[in-house]
Design a protein around this ligand. Structure first.
Ligand code: ADP
Ligand code: MG
Length: 415
């Protein structure tokens, strides 16, 4: 099989790595890819250039396209390629609204009895400001409807903070809602769906904030580990039965079957597990810790999802193994940061460690930084402690000007 992976992050390198490593693929191309993809297999085509992607597929005789990030999914790349009879894994545009519109997701959850925080809709900035003027309970959560690259959610601790967030973020006519603040521990449970059946993956936990101890601004994710012990076997069954399956059933009932990766961002508090949001693709960096634990062929799983046969497909994960990934970021990220810094030492980590590239660029045989999150240093061990030690023992061998990483990835599970 010849695959084309769409996207340029660590997640996409991990998908390509897994497809090659488990024998699913003869060749994996990436568009636009990053420095981790061999130059001959990188195609300089933007994620938004659907026609360019289709032409590339015809040229290289691609057997299946895997769409990594949310933007092309929400933009309708799957519908476009399907029309051209190119097999493609990922949800259609309407199904991708589960991520593309937080209000749509709320409606689905409320209609189908999927546990989530209570919410109130507002038609734009002014009605929301009026509401906030008389609101007494803080913190509360303010969410913008559409894709906002992690910048569309505010959790003000006071009325002043709320007004500040609204004035800076909410346009006059924005779709926006207020949600009750719920406490607990966050985790992500992803599944693959063929539109009817689901198979859940091991739960993962991401670390969104830039600094140790979950302080500082939000990022795309600074590290992750799996399985996350907060999701016990019992809770995983609960998430499958009460959240993932009803979501897929609800979407089918709406006439919008969901075929792809459904990601539930969860808040766990005792017996209660509520959905904070859906994503419609693999998490980045969650994918980087799920794939190393997976048995079997990833390509077979994608194929089964496309042919509607996930009910006859087995998926298992390595027993008693844990995976961890630590993101090395550019200094200044998630604010301004430099690009083009020379990266040294990638070849100095041993075969026990998987180095997924994210924001890197290869020029001849050298690697340079090319984004906020640069590399994902990943290891598997019999325990999380062992996996974590493996990563942190070698991570300083890789360096570039301004390199920064969190030192506490996995701390919740190791407490
Ligand atoms: N109802 C809520 N109660 C408490 N925290 C929340 C709530 N909703 C979101 N959050 C926090 O805000 C973060 C971002 O919200 P999320 O819905 O995941 O949006 P996005 O990932 O699109 O920015 C979550 O990871 C969580 O930490
Ligand atoms: Mg989120």
């Amino acid at each position: 099989m010849r695959y084309l992976v769409i996207g340029s992050g660590g997640r996409e390198h991990a998908i390509a790595w897994r497809l090659m490593q488990d024998g699913s693929a003869k060749e994996v191309y990436a568009a636009p890819g990053n420095g981790g993809i061999e130059p001959d297999f990188r195609a300089d085509i933007a994620e938004s250039d659907f026609a360019g992607i289709a032409a590339f597929c015809a040229d290289k005789k691609i057997d299946m396209v895997i769409v990594g990030p949310e933007a092309p999914l929400v933009g309708g790349m799957v519908d476009y390629l399907e029309k051209q009879k190119i097999p493609v894994f990922g949800p259609a545009k309407k199904a991708a609204l589960l991520e593309g519109s937080k209000l749509f997701a709320k409606r689905i959850m409320e209609k189908y009895g999927i546990p989530t925080a209570r919410h109130l809709d507002f038609a734009g900035k002014l009605p929301l400001l009026e509401y906030i003027q008389q609101e007494k309970n803080f913190p509360l959560v303010i969410k913008l409807d559409g894709l906002a690259a992690g910048k569309g959610v505010g959790i003000p601790e006071s009325r002043e903070e709320a007004i500040h967030f609204i004035n800076n973020t909410v346009a006059d006519d924005a779709g926006v809602f207020v949600e009750e603040f719920i406490g607990g521990e966050e985790a992500s449970v992803l599944c693959i769906s063929d539109g009817t059946n689901i198979i859940p993956f091991v739960a993962a936990q991401d670390h969104k904030r830039i600094y140790d101890g979950d302080r500082g601004p939000n990022t795309g994710g600074m590290g992750a580990y799996a399985p996350a012990p907060v999701i016990t076997a019992e809770r995983l069954a609960q998430v499958s039965e009460k959240i993932l399956q009803p979501t897929v059933d609800g979407m089918r009932n709406e006439g919008i079957p969901f075929r792809g990766i459904l990601y539930a961002g969860l808040m766990v508090s005792g017996d209660e597990i509520k959905v904070l949001e859906y994503n419609v693709r693999f998490g980045d960096p969650e994918a980087q810790v799920i794939f190393p634990l997976m048995n079997g062929k990833l390509g077979d799983l994608f194929q089964a999802a496309l042919s509607g046969t996930l009910d006859r497909t087995d998926l298992s994960f390595k027993k008693n193994m844990q995976a961890i990934t630590v993101v090395i970021a550019s200094g200044g990220y998630p604010g301004d940061y430099a690009k083009g810094e020379l990266i040294s030492g990638i070849d100095k980590v041993d075969g026990n460690i998987i180095v997924f590239h994210a924001g890197t660029k290869r020029i001849h045989d050298a690697y340079y930084t090319n984004g906020g999150r640069v590399l994902d240093i990943t290891a598997v061990g019999d325990t999380l402690r062992e996996a974590k030690d493996k990563v942190y023992q070698v991570i300083d061998r890789i360096s570039f000007n301004g390199a920064y990483y969190r030192k506490d990835i996995g701390y919740r599970a190791l407490k």
